[in-house]
Design a protein around this ligand. Structure first.
Ligand code: PLP
Length: 343
């Protein structure tokens, strides 16, 4: 259904918006002052914290310069590790992937692994978050040489931010089985154009797919490659279940840490796994479909386009794996408790 336009239009609206901007800029020094005060510190990290330029600050106070190539060229690699019940999950696996992304993108942020770990602990501890979505980011940065278009001149830098734990599909919807739209107007960026294994901000294809999905009343979108194989979606890998065999694409997709966890949980559950190309024609024949993401674990799928899976509800296998996931992220062998701030 088309959306009604938001709010009034024309001169009145413009005057109101201008008024709001003027009011905000007048208030800003006051808000910043309060944020840095004791009262501010008690409340301001609730919605998020950032580590930027070596400082920890409320997320709303953190920003990038307009000429950072991260802003102008989406020239960023990143990773997202969940914190669950006060501990990072599989922290070293996420850091391995983040470092591989930085190396692959030729980013040098001037911080070793120990310094990155300390930054993440300090930020999450300062924010006081027990369950969090923790992003670590390497941006190409600004080019300090006037007129230079040489990426080697840029000053790469690290920053991080955290917000309360994110479920990419609300748990109430996930347990009923979510809905997925196969994008028609766009294909996944080919792996030889932008390497999907280096986790990156080139989300133009996903964003187009999401517009299609939302316009058609679906929760999220799944992209095909140029050979008609199923790939992945915005923030998740995809799995198809055929009897007791679980299949997930291998090439042209990010190797999700949750995907890896699912493969390990399948072994523990006595299910067979195959990591290989998954043609759309075969995908339609699946008994069950589910998604995997650090933002919510295993997410059962009830509907893809007009096709209903597992009688239009969450599949049994997917629900079992979802339960196992929330058990595994609580197990000590995978956990790194968030340490008290080092400063
Ligand atoms: N694929 C893409 C494109 C992603 O952005 C993500 C996560 O953000 C995933 C897959 C799932 O990866 P993970 O399980 O490590 O969260």
């Amino acid at each position: 259904m088309p959306h009604a336009p938001h709010g009034p239009s024309g001169g009145d609206a413009r005057t109101r918006i201008l008024g709001r901007i003027v009011r905000r800029s007048l208030l800003r020094p006051f808000l910043l002052h309060r944020r840095n005060g004791i009262l501010g510190a008690m409340t301001d990290f609730k919605t998020g914290a950032a580590f930027l330029g070596g400082d920890i600050l409320p997320l709303g106070d953190a920003g990038l310069p307009l000429t950072d190539w991260g802003v102008t060229h989406s020239d960023i690699v990143y990773d997202v590790v969940p914190v669950w019940r006060g501990a990072f999950f599989r922290l070293n696996d996420y850091l391995d992937r983040f470092e591989a992304s930085m190396n692959g993108a030729r980013m040098e942020v001037g911080m070793d692994r120990a310094a990155i770990i300390r930054a993440l602990h300090d930020m999450v501890a300062t924010a006081g978050m027990n369950d969090a979505y923790v992003a670590m980011v390497a941006a190409r940065g600004r080019n300090p040489v006037p007129g230079s278009r040489d990426p080697r001149d840029c000053e790469n830098h690290f920053y991080a931010w955290c917000v309360p734990y994110v479920h990419i599909v609300a748990p109430e919807a996930a347990i009923k089985g979510t809905s997925v739209w196969i994008a028609k107007s766009v294909r996944r960026i080919p792996k030889d154009s932008v390497n999907p294994r280096l986790k990156n901000y080139h989300w133009g294809d996903f964003t187009s797919g999401l517009f299609e999905a939302k316009d058609n009343g679906f929760e999220t979108t799944l992209l095909l490659d140029h050979d008609g194989h199923v790939t992945e979606g915005p923030g998740f890998n995809v799995f198809a279940v055929f009897g007791d065999t679980v299949v997930t694409p291998d090439d042209g997709v990010l190797h999700g840490i949750t995907r890896q966890t699912v493969l390990e949980m399948c072994s523990a559950a006595g299910l067979k796994t195959e990591t290989r190309a998954l043609p759309l024609d075969e995908f339609w024949q699946a008994d069950e479909v589910f998604l995997s993401s650090s933002g919510g674990g295993v997410i059962p799928v009830a509907q893809v386009d007009e096709r209903y899976f597992s009688n239009g509800s969450a599949g049994e296998r997917a629900l079992d794996l979802r339960k196992r996931y929330f058990d595994w992220i609580s197990q000590d062998r995978f956990r790194t408790p968030v340490a008290a701030p080092s400063r």
